[in-house]
Design a protein around this ligand. Structure first.
Ligand code: NAP
Length: 285
């Protein structure tokens, strides 16, 4: 018997249906939740991401605008646009698609987004809210991972959780969210000696590295929850995660849980962007 699947597509569907209902209720009271997505430059992958975000908003009763600018856009002009969106009552969330062209100071521009509209949760102020346990908008990917862990019905409190990766957008906020849920948290990274010694102790294991097959069957404890954030390509060019999926699923046994790639964390990330935009709109209503 193998571990149970945590189906990110099915969970997304349930959460998005709830977002849709609440968006309609907000619209009936005045305005639908509004998201502005800003894309600077012509990176093809970014163009696909922003299109998907705008499409998901429109399919669930949110108002969404896509502002697209040439790669030569001046930083001052971008700051002016963000100031206008900060003041626009129809817009409750502002998302700046990364990466930005090199002449733009990403931290400075992100910091200019009003904290209550920072639906990516990437600004220093939003990170500070998470760090200090204040309410606020949480980065979508780790927020989605938390929902997936909660969906198993297993307690998080007191569980040993191991996060592999310490980026500001995934690993660190993931560790803080688990800590906030009263897990005991270990954060591993590229300088961690004997990674397996840590991962084998994990009741909850989150892999956010970006290297395929880096988590193998001998590195997990039976019955653990494994969340695979990684987005990589296998030899056939197909999307895959950081986890050696079939072997790890077997090693976890029937009491364990695992997310697939594709169909796991990926769909949940856009879903949690919708949730953040809705929450921002409800708070601003
Ligand atoms: P990142 O900024 O490159 O961070 C990767 C982390 O992995 C770093 O902290 C790094 O450690 C650590 N690491 C690298 N090699 C390691 C090793 N051998 N052992 C242990 N730790 C190691 O990447 P990210 O932005 O956090 O993203 C991680 C992965 O998630 C990528 O595949 C990305 O595409 C994917 N992702 C998916 C979604 C989604 O929606 N599904 C969203 C965001 C990201 P150091 O800090 O020491 O360098």
């Amino acid at each position: 018997m193998t571990a149970q699947l945590i189906d990110g597509v099915a969970l997304s569907k349930t959460i998005r249906a709830d977002v849709g209902r609440r968006a309609v209720a907000l619209a009936a009271r005045g305005r639908p939740p509004g998201l502005a997505v800003i894309l600077v430059g012509d990176d093809p992958a970014s163009a696909v991401y922003v299109r998907n975000k705008v499409k998901a908003c429109r399919e669930h009763g949110l108002y969404s605008v896509l502002e697209q600018y040439d790669a030569t856009l001046a930083q001052a002009t971008l700051l002016e646009r963000i100031a206008a969106l900060n003041a626009d009552p129809a817009i409750h969330g502002v998302l700046l698609q990364m990466p930005l062209p090199r002449h733009i100071d990403a931290q400075k521009v992100i910091a200019s987004i009003a904290t209550h509209k920072d639906v990516d949760g990437f600004s220093v102020l939003s990170a500070g809210e998470l760090m200090t346990g204040l309410p606020g908008l949480r980065p979508a990917t780790p927020f989605g991972c938390m929902k997936m862990i909660e969906s198993t019905g297993q307690a998080i409190r007191g569980k040993h959780s191991v996060v592999i990766g310490r980026s500001n957008t995934v690993g660190k906020p993931m560790a803080l969210l688990l800590l906030q849920a009263n897990a005991t948290v270990t954060v591993c990274h590229s300088a961690t000696p004997d990674l397996a010694a840590h991962t084998r102790q994990a009741d909850i294991l989150v892999a956010a590295v970006g290297r395929r097959n880096m988590l193998t069957a001998d590195m997990v404890k039976p019955g653990a929850i494994v969340i695979d954030v990684g987005m990589n390509r296998n030899d056939a060019g197909k999307l895959c995660g950081d986890v050696d999926f079939e072997a790890v699923r077997e090693a976890l046994g029937p009491a364990g849980f695992i997310t697939p790639v594709p169909g796991g964390v990926g769909p949940m990330t856009i879903t949690m962007l919708l949730v953040n935009t809705l929450q921002a709109a409800e708070a601003q209503a």
